[in-house]
Design a protein around this ligand. Structure first.
Ligand SMILES: CCC/C=C/C=C/C(=O)SCCNC(=O)CCNC(=O)[C@H](O)C(C)(C)COP(=O)(O)OP(=O)(O)OC[C@H]1O[C@@H](n2cnc3c(N)ncnc32)[C@H](O)[C@@H]1OP(=O)(O)O
Ligand code: NDP
Length: 333
């Protein structure tokens, strides 16, 4: 009897597996049928969500604001009335972005060169910001470095480079501005951009995972400590959003993107404009009661990866009839 059940279960498992394989290959062969059709339910909205003028008379510093997600956040804040300062290593890139955005929004965007790994450079950058606009009301720590690499291939300098940009850089910017804001009795909103694997950890991006986890600890700790100075600290954990900076270092051949889309329940990558809207809300006075929050923004990818039985999505209704009959037949334990 046991052998009959095992034999039947084995055959069923084979049926389920081979139909899952057929399903997968249909999906892969059809330029992402599942992702395409699911994504139709979740179209990204690209326009600014908050009322126009929400950031009038407010200054915002965005590290890494010259490219990718930082650039999108800068564009949205600027469109909503903020005077923005973008800071990173490449002044030419910053200046180009600043000109493009301010010519579209009519609001000034300042470009300031700064390597966040160097505390002295950070201090000088904040001097410049004070001279240009005064201390900011909004600080977005978005600058980062990353690449996929087996951990056994990492040199000490590779480890140091990533953790210096991500964890030390965020700490230097946050502490330098925090101290000066406290001295001037000025409140501010601090936002850190981490990632979904800051919580779970992830192989092949271990320096980034370790440093992003550190950033989350830093921001949660300061949310508790510096509320008394008028400072809010929040974290956004993005899932995959196509940018040149990230995808050239995490998916250099383009081979992983389809797999990412397939495991995202909303069936698509995020867009820079979507995260820019969320960052604007978190940094705005509409969120003035929000502090210490960790907001996952990933189309459902994290929970999809985590659930033990989520692969059962590929079981067909006919297969479910068989499975259910087997389960119902079981008596006792
Ligand atoms: C999909 C969902 C989750 C996604 C999460 C995404 C998270 C992100 O953070 S994406 C952001 C990606 N953007 C960037 O990384 C932009 C900035 N990056 C860079 O400037 C560079 O890539 C780098 C981080 C390497 C820093 O550049 P820098 O010029 O300062 O460093 P290097 O001198 O080039 O390198 C320093 C040491 O690292 C070693 N190294 C560099 N690349 C690799 C690699 N691909 N594999 C292994 N090791 C690498 C390099 O050899 C140096 O070490 P050493 O030789 O021992 O001196
Ligand atoms: N795109 C994605 O799928 C995801 C991105 N993220 C996070 O979003 C943020 C933005 O990433 P994304 O826009 O995709 O990638 P980008 O590579 O476009 O952005 C990274 C920015 O960091 C700046 N930067 C790097 N090193 C330094 C440094 N030492 N000092 C100052 N600035 C520096 C870069 O400018 P420069 O070279 O001029 O210094 C660049 O503008 C990062 O925090 C990243 O970890 C998280 C999850 C997913």
């Amino acid at each position: 009897m046991a052998a009959r059940v095992v034999g039947r279960a084995g055959r069923l498992a084979l049926v389920v597996r081979s139909s899952a394989v057929r399903l997968q290959s249909r999906l892969h062969g059809s330029t992402g049928l599942r992702s395409g059709s699911q994504a139709n339910f979740f179209p990204p909205l690209e326009d600014a969500m908050l009322p126009s003028g929400s950031f009038n008379n407010r200054m915002a510093l965005i590290t890494g604001g010259g490219t990718g997600l930082g650039r999108a956040m800068t564009a949205t804040l600027s469109q909503l009335g903020a005077q923005c300062i973008i800071a990173s290593r490449k002044l030419d890139v910053l200046q180009r972005t600043a000109e493009e955005i301010s010519s579209q929004t009519g609001n000034k965007v300042h470009a300031v060169q700064c390597d966040v790994r160097d505390p002295q450079a950070v201090s000088q950058c904040v001097d410049q910001i004070e001279a240009l606009t005064g201390l900011p009301d909004v600080i977005i720590n978005n600058a980062a470095g990353n690449f996929v690499c087996p951990s056994e291939r990492l040199s000490p300098n590779a480890w140091k480079t990533i953790t210096d940009i991500v964890l030390n850089g965020t700490a230097f910017v946050t502490l330098e501005l925090g101290k000066r804001l406290i001295q001037n009795q000025k409140g501010a909103s601090f936002l850190a951009i981490t990632t979904i694997y800051a919580e779970s950890g992830s192989g092949f991006v271990v320096p980034s995972a370790s440093a992003k986890a550190g950033v989350e600890a830093l921001y949660k700790s300061l949310a508790a400590e510096w509320g008394r100075y008028g400072h809010r600290f929040n974290i956004i954990q993005p899932g995959p959003i196509r940018t040149k900076g990230a995808f050239s270092r995490l998916d250099p051949t383009g081979a992983f993107e389809k797999a990412m889309i397939d495991r995202i329940p909303t069936g698509r990558l995020g867009t820079p404009a979507e995260i820019a809207n969320l960052a604007a809300y978190v940094s705005s006075n509409y969120a003035s009661w929000m502090s210490g929050a960790v907001i996952r923004f990933d189309g459902g990818e994290y929970v999809s990866l985590a659930g033990e039985f989520n692969e059962l999505r590929s079981v067909t209704p006919d297969q479910w009839k068989l499975l259910e009959a087997m389960i119902r037949k079981t008596k006792g334990s």
